[in-house]
Design a protein around this ligand. Sequence first.
Ligand code: AMP
Length: 121
Amino acid sequence: MQSSSNTYDTKNIFAKILNKEIPAKTIYENEYVLAFYDVAPKAPIHALIIPKNPYISYDDFAQRAAPEEIVALTKAVSHVANLLDLKEKGYRIISNIGKNAGQEIFHFHIHILGGEKLPFI
Ligand code: AMP
């Protein structure tokens, strides 16, 4: 588990993916966001979408991101779901925020899960 301090850790795994220090299976990319497959999928289809700028969590993103970044990320979720052919049967989006939610990587990310009937939450 990486640090969950209030300071963005520039060496977190997703920062390294953005810097191309470690590889990822890219699904979609634009000026504002990167989407790639989760390395340890919790559903038949499990993607992650991250902003390119450094935000610790959804909460940090909501507070500090520019409106165009928020629009871009929101629309990218829908676009990626479409690319992954998830729209017809449905999918789930999740973002863990902080320790109690089990956030492990402190670069904001949205999980997209689908490809089967997901457990009720
Ligand atoms: P969270 O617990 O919400 O912080 O989720 C972190 C997610 O990142 C987990 O689902 C991990 O499986 C995933 N993950 C960790 N390392 C990598 C990596 N190198 N590439 C893709 N996904 C990763």
